[in-house]
Design a protein around this ligand. Structure first.
Ligand code: GLC
Length: 546
């Protein structure tokens, strides 16, 4: 297909790489990662094939939710650098052709934000109505708590205001009142500010919570919150025509679809939604050695609007949530990939990374990433996945998977020259620690996971059919095999074996010859259009129709 189209709707074949500036690379030796350190690593990201960086929150913050608790939306946390450093980094990324998006966390602020401190003084404060207050918590105040290990209610009493305020997340994160037009204007201003500094869009945090206006007195009178999301998207489009909103919406497919909007260019909402359902069904398939649950999810998954797209991932910065599986299914995944209580979180997820969950089995790890790049959607990587970093369970909660990037086998894994006590988190030791898993060694090893990732990313970019094509799940009569084809001005057929033994699935295809995209091997089909493809344990094949 014509590559000019992929340059236009760039997000459809993007490689998104999520990182936290604080844990990526320390440029000034104070123990914190910073924008100077990140800028020095841009060429590494470019060599990997990254086309878009997603920066986790880098704004000033008391850091009680790793930066998702913000006290100023318009600048950089001094620990991470200055606005000047940010601009220098942006310029360097742009020079290498890498776009940048950032977390837009506007469902709430930190309770230390000057707006909230002013709001607490009472109704005379211009900021009072920027938050959601009630004299008494509503009867369902305990429903839908996101962090059940820390919170018991969505409403907390504020002594100064003498009222309860709404917080969907931690109590130190009061929810902003998006029903208030002044708040809406401010959110647009925040977006406009960062777009002006060169961002290509936002990863929008907790979108369903952001749109939720149920806590307001006049909730029924308020306009449809989806109109608001469409307004935001239209604003984004006016300010920067090809900017995107990548939304965190963890809901069943039918409900998630609403967040794409009408897709008619008039009431578009999110450009991309993460495929939380596909991700969870994929882990169930992996646990069972049976491709069925993933095939089923892909068959069920609705098509996004024409210019919209699913974003796929196998790990992110939070707990690996399994909340949309049944209790029994979740238990199967826990048993396979995180049997100890300490590996689990909130009774719904895992705080481990891929290599340790797969028991260090390179075949399984490599297969999982082959799935990530070949399943229809835009792949989103979490830093360190490309080299196979694992977690450190000694860190609290979700921080287990947010340890510093492992650059080399030297002190602090090459992340920083500071005293280890000054680092943002522990450096894991053991088989996945920097002495065994680091960028420097893998860059020199053609058989490393990093080399495999680069190869997959290259092939994914060479096969835009995967992202743009219409996909079909193929029957192979082999339960452990997922076979799918993607068609658009060309066809790519991909097979994955979920079993720990060889399989020889048979495919029926209306073609005469296939070429292995990785090895170049040619396969000619018999006259009956049938072909048997050999797959090793946890093997994968990407085949292009010649
Ligand atoms: C989102 C983020 C998570 C954060 C929460 C509150 O779910 O992914 O890391 O804690 O929002 O902002």
């Amino acid at each position: 297909m014509e590559l000019t189209r992929t340059a236009d709707l760039w997000w459809k074949t993007a490689i998104v790489y999520c990182l936290d500036v604080e844990t990526f690379s320390d440029g000034n030796g104070d123990g914190h990662g910073d924008f100077r350190g990140l800028a020095q690593r841009v060429d590494y990201l470019d060599r990997l094939g990254v086309t878009c960086l997603w920066l986790m929150p880098f704004y000033p913050s008391p850091d009680r939710d790793d930066g998702y608790d913000i006290t100023d939306f318009y600048t950089v946390d001094p620990r991470l650098g200055t606005l000047g450093d940010f601009v220098e980094f942006m310029r360097t990324a742009r020079d290498r052709g890498i776009r940048v998006i950032a977390d837009l966390v506007v469902n709430h602020t930190s309770d230390q934000h000057p707006w909230f401190q002013s709001a607490r003084t009472g109704p005379d404060s211009p900021y009072h109505d920027w938050y959601v207050w009630q004299d008494k918590p509503p009867p369902d105040a305990e429903k839908g708590i996101v962090f059940p290990d820390k919170e018991t209610s969505l409403w907390t009493y504020d002594r100064k205001a003498r009222k309860y305020y709404l917080h969907r997340f931690y109590k130190h994160q009061p929810d902003l009142n998006v029903a208030n037009p002044a708040v809406r204007d401010e959110i647009a201003r925040i977006m406009g500010f960062w777009l002006e500094l060169g961002l290509s869009g936002f990863r929008v945090d907790g979108v369903p919570f952001l749109l939720e206006t149920g806590g307001s007195d006049d909730a029924e009178l308020l306009p449809d919150p989806h109109d608001y999301l469409a307004d935001l998207r239209a604003f984004l489009g006016r300010r920067c025509g090809d900017a995107v909103m990548l939304g965190e919406v963890n809901l069943p497919y039918s409900e998630t679809m609403r967040f794409f909007g009408d897709g008619d260019g008039v009431a578009d909402e999110l450009t991309m939604c993460f495929d939380f359902i596909g991700m969870q069904r994929m882990y169930l398939a992996l646990a069972r050695g049976d491709a069925g649950p993933l095939a089923e999810a892909l068959r069920e998954r609705p098509l996004p609007p024409r210019d919209g797209h699913w974003a796929t991932f196998v790990r992110n910065h939070d707990e690996l949530t399994l909340d949309k599986l049944t209790d029994d299914e979740r238990q199967e995944v826990f048993d396979a990939f995180g049997p100890d209580k300490d590996m689990q979180l909130y009774d719904r997820g895992l705080r481990r990374r891929v290599p340790s969950m797969m028991g260090g089995d390179q075949r399984r790890i490599r297969q999982l990433y082959s799935l990530l790049y070949s399943l229809p959607g835009c792949p989103v990587l979490f830093y360190g996945e490309e080299i196979g970093m694992a977690e450190d369970l000694s860190a609290e909660g979700r921080l287990a998977v947010r340890t510093p990037m492992q650059w080399d086998s030297g002190p602090n894994g090459g992340f920083s020259t500071a005293d280890p006590a000054d680092l943002p988190g522990p450096i894991p030791d053991g088989e996945f620690g920097p002495s065994h898993v680091n960028v420097r060694d893998q860059e020199r090893d053609p058989d490393s996971l990093l080399a495999w990732m680069r190869k997959l990313i290259d092939r994914y970019r060479e096969c835009p059919e995967l992202a743009w094509g219409e996909y079909t799940i193929l029957d192979t009569a082999e339960p452990s095999v997922l076979a799918h084809r993607c068609d658009i001005e060309g066809t790519v057929v991909v097979l994955h074996n979920f079993a720990d033994h060889d399989v020889k699935p048979e495919l029926e295809l209306d073609v005469t010859e296939l070429e292995d995209v990785v090895t170049g091997e040619r396969i000619t089909l018999a006259d009956n259009k049938k072909v048997t493809v050999e797959l090793e344990p946890y093997g994968c094949r990407w085949l292009r129709v010649v």
